[in-house]
Structures are given as C-alpha cells and as structure tokens.
Design a protein around this ligand. Structure first.
Ligand code: FES
Length: 133
C-alpha cells in the first residue's frame, strides 16, 4: 500500500498510523487498507482505479460520484453482485471481484431489435402465436 496517496493526519479521522490494517483481495490480488476504508478508497490508495468494465462496450469504469448514486463502481463481494464499492467498508478477508462484461438483455448488437414486441399487448400476442405482431 502506498501511504503517499493517503492523508496521514486528519482532525476528524485521526492519525493513519493509529488505524487498524485490513487485508482483502481484489481479482485475486491481495491488498491492505485501513478499518473504515470503503472498497473504492482502499483500492484507490493502492493505485487501482478500474473497478469493472462497461457491460456492452467493455470500456473501464471506476469511481464517478463516490456517494452511491451512479452505480458505476459495481463489484462482486463474497459472491454478491452489484455491490457499490464507494459505499461498502472493507472487512478482513473480503473477496472482491471486478464487474465483468456481460450480455445485456436488449443488446442491439446481438438481437434483432425490430423483432422485439413494442408493447405488452404485442408481447402477449407473440406469446400466443399470433403471426401478425
Ligand atoms: S461511484 Fe457512484 S455509486 Fe459508487
């Protein structure tokens, strides 16, 4: 952990050297943070900025709002998907994985969008076998 990327003394948080170290993994690599760190802050202090990739394009994603609103920091924590790294405190032994590229249900590159029903009524007709939908 690079302590140069940290605030070492803070009037509210206290001195960094007094905080308890926490060990966790991210994509199989072991990192250390401090008790009270979020996953995002601990990874950032370790130089990790990419938390996942965009589901459709595969472009890197990381911290954006850092207050839990945008969901750009989604990770998988101990098997649970969609965990916001900016809100979730690290725990000893926590296993964090980056979000991976996954197919979207309406991915226009992999589906014939014009064949999808526009309304629920069309969907119901399609399900009933109506060829005029
Ligand atoms: S960075 Fe926006 S929800 Fe985590």
């Amino acid at each position: 952990m690079n302590k140069q990327k940290r605030i070492t003394e803070h009037p509210v948080l206290g001195r960094m050297q007094d905080r308890e170290e926490v060990t966790f993994t991210f994509d199989g690599h072991t990192y250390k943070g401090f008790k009270g760190d979020t996953i995002a802050s601990a990874l950032l202090a370790n130089g990790v900025r990419r938390l996942r990739v965009h589901e459709e394009t595969g472009t890197p994603r990381g911290i954006y709002c850092n207050i839990g609103h945008c969901f750009e920091c989604r990770t998988t924590v101990d098997g649970a998907d969609g965990v916001r790294a900016c809100l979730t405190p690290i725990r000893e032994g926590m296993e964090v994985k980056s979000g991976q590229k996954e197919a979207l249900p309406l991915d226009s590159q992999h589906h014939d969008a014009h064949k999808l029903p526009k309304t629920y009524a069309d969907f119901a007709k399609q399900e009933a076998g109506d060829p005029h939908v």
